[in-house]
Design a protein around this ligand. Structure first.
Ligand SMILES: [Zn+2]
Length: 268
C-alpha cells in the first residue's frame, strides 16, 4: 500500500521566521484547512500539539480529536531539545500531556525543529519513562539546524521507543525531506510525485510534517513587506502556500493513503 504519514505540527509561530508569530490568520482557521482536506478523503492523521497551543485553543484540539485524528506531544514550550535537561524535558512533557489530557491517549512525540540528534538521544529515556510508544523527531542527515547523519529512513527502536525518522530523498547534491512543509511546496511537483511513487513501489511509507503556516496565504501578503533576515529563506517560507492542499489532493488522488502514526506503529 502507498502510505503517506502526513502530520501537522500544531504551533502558532514559525521558528525560522524572524517575526515568529502569525499576524492575521487565527490558528483554528488554519487547522480547519487541514481538517477539511482530511474530511474530504475520510482519512485520519496525526497532529503534534504544543502545550501552550492546547491551552489557548482547547476547542480546536477537542475538534481534531473528535474527528478521529491522533493527538501527539510537541512539547509545552517548543524549545529545541538541546535547551532542555532530562529533568526539564520531563517536566515540560508532563505539562504538555496534562494540557492534552482531554484528547485521548497520547502515544507519540515530535521534537521541536526535529532536534532529536545523537547529542540529545538521552531524550528517549525520558520519553520511555513517560510512556511514549514512538517518536518522530529525527532528520536523518547532516543539517545546518539539527540532524542525525547515518540514522537512515528506517524506523529504529531506542530505549523501547520506536523512532520514525522523517523521509529524505536525494535532490541533486542534497538530501531533502520529501513530504514536508517548505520542501513539499517549493520542489518541482514532478520530482515529488516520482519519489513518492518510488517509495510506494518499495513498500515504504513517506513520513513528513506540515505547519499551520504552510497553508496561510494571508500571512504571505503581510510578511513579505519589510521582513528581515535571509531573503532566500524568507522567499522559500512563502512560496506556493496556496498550492499545499492542491498538491496533497493530487497525491491522495494517485492512491496514497494517509493514516495516523499510531495505526502505522500498530502494524509494524
Ligand atoms: Zn514545531
Amino acid at each position: 500500500m502507498a502510505v503517506f504519514l502526513f502530520s501537522v505540527d500544531l504551533e502558532e509561530f514559525q521558528a525560522a521566521n524572524p517575526a515568529r508569530v502569525f499576524r492575521l490568520t487565527p490558528l483554528p482557521e488554519l487547522a480547519e484547512i487541514y481538517l477539511a482536506f482530511l474530511r474530504r478523503h475520510k482519512m485520519k492523521a496525526t497532529f503534534f500539539v504544543v502545550g501552550e497551543v492546547a491551552k489557548k485553543f482547547p476547542e480546536t484540539v477537542r475538534a481534531i480529536a473528535a474527528e478521529g485524528h491522533e493527538i501527539g506531544c510537541h512539547t509545552h514550550r517548543h524549545l529545541p531539545l538541546d535547551e532542555y535537561t532530562p529533568a526539564s524535558l520531563r517536566d515540560d512533557l508532563s505539562r504538555n500531556l496534562d494540557a492534552l489530557r482531554d484528547a485521548g491517549e497520547v502515544k507519540g512525540f515530535r521534537a521541536p525543529i526535529l532536534s532529536l540528534t545523537e547529542k540529545t538521544r538521552w531524550a528517549y529515556e525520558v520519553l520511555a519513562g513517560l510512556g511514549f510508544q514512538y517518536s518522530s523527531s529525527v532528520l536523518p542527515a547532516r543539517n545546518p539546524l539539527h540532524g542525525w547523519p547515518g540514522f537512515t529512513n528506517k524506523p529504529r527502536r531506542i530505549n523501547g521507543v520506536l523512532e520514525l525518522p522523517v523521509t529524505l530523498a536525494r535532490f541533486g547534491p542534497l538530501e531533502v525531506p520529501l513530504g514536508a512543509g517548505t520542501y513539499f511546496r517549493c520542489l518541482p511537483f514532478g520530482f515529488i510525485r516520482s519519489r513518492f511513487a518510488a517509495f510506494a513501489r518499495r513498500g515504504e511509507p513517506v513520513l513528513g510534517y506540515f505547519h499551520p503556516y504552510d497553508v496561510d496565504t494571508r500571512q504571505e501578503r503581510v510578511m513579505n513587506r519589510g521582513v528581515r533576515g535571509n531573503r532566500v529563506l524568507n522567499a522559500l517560507l512563502y512560496i506556493n502556500r496556496g498550492r499545499t492542499i492542491e498538491r496533497l489532493e493530487s497525491l491522495t488522488a494517485s492512491g496514497f493513503k494517509i493514516m495516523t502514526y499510531a495505526e502505522y506503529v500498530s502494524r509494524v
